[in-house]
Ligand binder design. Structure first.
Ligand code: ATP
Ligand code: MG
Length: 391
């Protein structure tokens, strides 16, 4: 008798879910990314009880026909990779065919969809990995994915979910990050049947920044543009007078995908080094576009990290353009600037912990409703992004 056995699909998907689906915000991220890949121009995200009870994402994208619906919840089924080489130049947000089966393995979920140009809509349900037959169902063109009772069959994950407001602030944060890169899409976010925000598709990036972060941030920002044949960089950076104590307000995108990347963080740190007091971080909204063959996005379960083929390309061009913008706006390096002395051992951790304790004590108090990013409560960030700022 061999000791090694092939795992049943239900178990495989549950294991994958452990990596891909960490919390409600991860579900929201995956579903919204699917809607974007489906060329949606309107995306509505409805959340109940911080996502524990219900997450629903509805779009007006190209939808799915019957055959697609039969495969959508199955593992490693994707319309986004046709041949192995496609993995070397990914142009869509998704590519692994893992998100929907992972979600379906740890929730009660359904897809209702009608493909563009089709008269017939369909529905398929999945419960803890158990997949039902596809049925006909009248519906609008586009796709609606509903996820109920997330983690109902993974008690440990359920236990580690934070309070309603903390989970909702992560959801808000991830939708914000995505919405900043897709200004042509109308986004509506609803929590417990109350609208958190509505972003119109007529808005530009500057409008969305203003909506999310207020006039103080929006009015201070300096535009940044730098184009070479290998890399286009655009967006806004803040002057040295506007800083944060962490990198959470560094919104970095690569081909419209929010990323966190050491090379970029390091480059921003050195570009601002002579301008900022020690321990402060710059505020930036940076959009980089490059040939997808120049980087690998298949390195992190949440696709939040990338590996660049030539990191020096980013380092050199980003550094030069940030310095140029600051110098042209008349900002001079700090006179006699010296970095702040390093904090004693363990000091930073103790401060971080006490801030977290303070905020977790206030959890469960939802009287204020969900707050916008930059003003969020709760600790930890979604999908490998830095924890929400407590400033
Ligand atoms: N909102 C949607 N509209 C149209 N098709 C969709 C939608 N959501 C999912 N699909 C289809 O279902 C497939 C499976 O989705 P899933 O998110 O599991 O995988 P993926 O997006 O291909 O890759 P990844 O796991 O990296 O997200 C997609 O490839 C796509 O064809
Ligand atoms: Mg996907």
């Amino acid at each position: 008798m061999p000791r090694i056995k092939l795992l049943p699909t239900v178990v495989i998907n549950k294991i994958a879910a452990g990596e891909v689906i960490e919390r409600p915000a991860s579900v929201v991220k995956e579903l919204v990314e699917n809607s974007i890949d489906a060329e949606a121009t309107e995306i509505t995200i409805e959340i109940e009880e911080g996502g524990r009870k219900l997450i629903r994402v509805t779009d007006n994208g190209y939808g799915m026909d019957r055959e697609d619906m039969e495969l959508a919840f199955r593992s490693h089924s994707t319309s986004k990779l046709a041949q192995p080489e496609d993995l070397m130049h990914i142009t869509t947000m998704g590519f692994r065919g893992e998100a929907l089966p992972s979600i379906g393995a740890v929730s009660h979920a359904s897809i209702v969809s009608r493909a563009r140009g089709s008269d017939t809509g369909y529905e398929v349900e999945i419960s803890g990995g158990g997949l039902d037959e596809v049925r006909r169902k009248g519906c609008a063109q586009g796709t609606c994915v509903t996820v109920r009772n997330l983690f109902f069959n993974t008690p440990v994950r359920l236990k580690f979910m934070r309070g309603e407001s903390a989970e909702m602030s992560r959801v808000t944060d991830i939708v914000t990050r995505i919405a900043l890169a897709h200004c042509h899409i109308r986004f509506e976010l609803i929590h417990n049947r109350r609208r958190v925000f509505l972003l119109l598709d007529s808005e530009g990036l500057a409008d969305r920044i203003r909506t999310f972060f207020g006039a103080d941030v929006a009015d201070a920002l300096l535009p940044l543009e730098s184009h070479t044949h290998k890399l286009n960089v655009s967006g806004y950076i803040a002057p040295p007078s506007l800083t944060r104590r962490d990198t959470r307000m560094q919104y970095i995108y690569l081909n419209s995908r929010p990323i966190r990347d050491r090379v970029v963080f390091g480059t921003l740190k050195s570009a601002y080094a002579d301008y900022l007091m020690g321990g402060r971080s710059s505020v930036v909204f940076i959009f980089m576009d490059m040939d997808p063959r120049e980087f690998d996005v298949n390195v992190h379960p949440a696709k939040a990290e990338v590996r660049f083929r030539d990191p020096s390309l980013i380092r050199n061009q980003l550094f030069a353009s940030v310095r140029d913008v600051l110098a042209s706006a008349g900002h001079a390096p700090l006179a006699g600037h010296a970095p702040a002395p390093a904090a004693p051992d363990g000091y930073r951790e103790r401060v971080t912990q006490s801030v977290r304790d303070f905020f977790s004590r206030r959890e469960g108090d939802d009287a204020q409703g969900p707050t916008l990013p930059g003003l969020t409560r709760g600790s930890g960030g979604p999908e490998g992004f830095p924890p929400p700022s407590t400033e």
